[in-house]
Structures are given as structure tokens and as C-alpha cells.
Design a protein around this ligand. Structure first.
Ligand code: KIV
Ligand code: ZN
Length: 388
């Protein structure tokens, strides 16, 4: 049986850190229910210690959602961890995700701590969290820009304290796929107790490579959890997008060889819910969930998909929640697509000559109008000389 890839959704935590994407408790609860319907394995519901509002959101989600594991982020200190545990008290499956920065830059300039102090704080925090819940994730923030020897030391220690998932963030989206994949691989090879934890990737999209880096972390590095967000929402240029990573692993199962628990038919509805809630519009050419993701405008492509959809479609639109693919009629469309639309609209044309006349009119109109709607077609064939 193939390994399973755990999908950890952080739309409600890292996604919410996107400027302007803040959500109310009720909005988060609605999205969490939808993520549960989508069957994500882990929902990072928020950062319980960051505000009373977020505490309440994590608590409400922990009480309402029964299937997905509910997670709260916490800094590596006892107060944050206790607050996370309290918010998660009623969850059927609870995870505490604790983090501390490990790069020289962050330790010196941001935390103003020595590496030894960070090491000790990481170790003791994981120990503290493990006394409260059985499922503890540790992230060395800015992990990808951290010194390899130091990182190995910290990770080995937190696994020894009981961390069950080790997440290696590319916090600032600096990685490139091959290097990031090898970084995870080296960590796993060098840390003696590495097989005691699930390895996870968490990539930001500053250079547009979050999905590619995450896939390399899985394929080259052997990670078995991906942290991602709906529509790629997140700090700055965002996080790895859930819909893209899921459909890449599913569509290229021949290459990745991994199982997923996700019910992909709910992807589009989830994307729309997140977009409507946050006001972040999805670009039309966004993979999987953009309005044009399954739309065909050129005549050659339209003719191809009308004959066999896999000529220009590598996934089924229906598999991610669209009702069907979309043939967009415009100046690039061919006669075949036009004829098919006439049939769908119930327009009966007896002769090929009539179709040719209607098609010529359609082309004339399409030169003046960028998209031709069904009403336009009905209007241009309503002339007595064509329809009967
Ligand atoms: O990007 C990051 O480093 C994070 C951590 C808190 C996991 O979001
Ligand atoms: Zn992040």
C-alpha cells in the first residue's frame, strides 16, 4: 500500500496572516466545517494565545469538527502552549504546533537569544507540550536558512522529547526545488532518530515556487506532510496552494505514488468560500480553481476537447467541483464548437448550408465582441432565413 500524504491546511492561521484577510470566529468556523468536508487531515485553526478572538475560534472549531485533527500554533513558551492546550481541550484529535526561529539572523536580530538558549527553549517547550497532548509538531522557523549542524542538533533533541511531526519551513520563500528537497533529505539522513517523526514541508511563495518546493520536499526529501492554504492565501506572496499540491499529487500519482485522503470534489466550493470570506479574488488563470482553468477558447482546442477531453485536459473539471469544462465561444472558435452549442441550445438546423450561414454571422459578431453568450447566438439564429 502506498504511503499517505498528510494534508495540513493552515488557511485559518498562516492564510489569515495575509494583510486584509482577517476572519471572525464564525467565518473561521464555517471554513473549518468546509475543510472537514474536504477531508483535510489537519486544520490549523489559529494561534490561540495571540488574542481572545483567536482562542475562541480555535475552541469553537475544536468543539465542532470531529474528523480532522485540530491544531493551534504556539510560540515555544509555556504560556502559549498552555493556552493552545486549553483551546483544544474538547477536540476529538488535538495537535499543538510549537515553533522557534533557528536561523542565525532570526536568533541574533529578532529573538536576541544565543543558539544554546534557543536549543534549550525548543527542547523544554516540546517536553511541556507533550505532557498536555500526544500529538506535537515542532517547526524551526526560518529552518531553510538555518545552519545544518545546529538544525540537526535541535531537531534530534525535540524528537527525543516526543515531537511527532517535524516541519521545516521555508519561511521567506527563498528555496528552489532541488535544494529544498535535498535539504530535507540530508536532515533525515543525518538525524539518528529522524524516523520517529513525520516530516513536513511548509513553503512560502515569495519567488512563486511554494508548490514546486513542497513537491520536491516530498519527492526528494521524503516528507509525508504538506502545509498549505486554500487559494495559496498567506503572508506576503502566500503559501503553497492546497488545490495545486493536491491535484499535482493526484494527477501524477504515476510519479509521486502517494495516497491522499482529500475529497477533491469539494475543492472549488472551498476556494469560493475562502475568496468570498476574505475578499481575495481568485485570478481567472489560477490553476484548478480559476474561472479559466477548464475553459477552452481556441478553435483547435475546442474541436479537440469535443472529440476527446483528454486532448487538452489533464484533470476532469468535475473532479474538483466544476459542473463541466467550458467552451468559450469567441473569434477563435471553430465551426464544430459552434454547431455543438447550437445543439445544446436546442436550435434545430436541417442543412449544413444553414449552419454555414449562421457560423459566418457568428464570426462577424465575434470580431466585434470578445465573448459570445448564448443569448447572442439565439439572437443571431432567430432570423427566419436560418431557423425553421
Ligand atoms: O512560515 C513559517 O515559518 C511559519 C511557522 C510558524 C511554521 O508559518
Ligand atoms: Zn508560514
Amino acid at each position: 500500500m502506498a504511503d499517505k500524504l498528510i494534508i495540513f491546511d493552515t488557511t485559518l492561521r498562516d492564510g489569515e496572516q495575509s494583510p486584509g484577510a482577517s476572519m471572525t470566529r464564525d467565518e473561521k468556523l464555517r471554513i473549518a466545517r468546509q475543510l472537514d468536508r474536504l477531508k483535510v487531515d489537519v486544520i490549523e485553526a489559529g494561534f490561540a494565545a495571540s488574542s481572545n478572538g483567536d482562542f475562541e475560534a480555535v475552541q469553537a472549531i475544536a468543539r465542532a469538527v470531529r474528523d480532522s485533527t485540530i491544531c493551534s500554533l504556539s510560540r515555544a513558551n509555556d504560556r502559549d502552549i498552555s493556552r493552545a492546550a486549553e483551546a483544544l481541550k474538547d477536540a476529538s484529535r488535538a495537535r499543538i504546533h510549537t515553533f522557534i526561529a533557528t536561523s542565525a539572523l532570526h536568533m541574533e536580530k529578532k529573538l536576541r537569544m544565543t543558539p544554546d538558549e534557543v536549543f534549550e527553549q525548543a527542547r523544554l517547550s516540546v517536553r511541556f507540550a507533550r505532557n498536555l497532548v500526544g500529538d506535537v509538531e515542532f517547526s524551526p522557523e526560518d529552518g531553510y536558512r538555518s545552519d545544518m549542524d545546529f538544525l540537526c542538533r535541535v531537531i534530534e533533541a525535540v524528537i527525543a522529547e516526543g515531537a511527532t511531526t517535524i516541519n521545516v519551513p521555508d519561511t521567506v520563500g527563498y528555496a528552489v526545488p532541488e535544494l529544498y528537497g535535498n535539504f530535507i533529505k540530508t536532515l533525515r539522513e543525518r538525524i539518528p532518530n529522524s524516523d520517529k517523526a513525520v516530516w513536513s514541508v511548509h513553503c512560502h511563495n515569495d519567488l512563486g515556487m511554494a508548490v514546486a518546493n513542497s513537491l520536491a520536499g516530498v519527492k526528494i526529501g521524503g516528507a509525508r506532510q504538506v502545509e498549505c492554504t486554500i487559494n495559496g492565501l498567506g503572508e506576503r506572496a502566500g503559501n503553497c496552494s492546497l488545490e495545486e499540491i493536491v491535484m499535482a499529487v493526484k494527477t501524477r500519482k504515476d510519479y509521486f505514488g502517494l495516497e491522499l485522503g482529500i475529497d477533491t470534489r469539494h475543492i472549488l466550493a472551498t476556494s469560493r468560500m475562502v475568496s468570498q470570506t476574505t475578499g481575495f479574488v481568485v485570478q481567472p488563470n489560477k490553476a484548478v480553481v480559476g474561472a479559466n482553468a477548464f475553459a477552452h477558447a481556441s478553435g483547435i482546442h475546442q474541436d479537440g476537447v469535443l472529440k476527446a477531453r483528454d486532448t487538452y485536459e489533464i484533470m476532469r473539471a468535475e473532479d474538483v467541483g466544476w459542473t463541466a469544462n467550458k467552451i468559450v465561444l469567441g473569434k477563435l472558435s471553430g465551426r464544430n464548437a459552434f454547431k455543438q452549442r447550437l445543439q445544446e441550445l436546442g436550435v434545430a438546423m436541417d442543412s449544413e448550408a444553414d449552419i454555414n450561414t449562421a457560423f459566418a454571422r457568428f464570426k462577424e459578431l465575434a470580431d466585434r465582441k470578445s465573448e459570445i453568450f448564448d443569448e447572442d447566438i439565439l439572437a443571431l439564429v432567430s432570423d427566419e432565413s436560418i431557423t425553421r
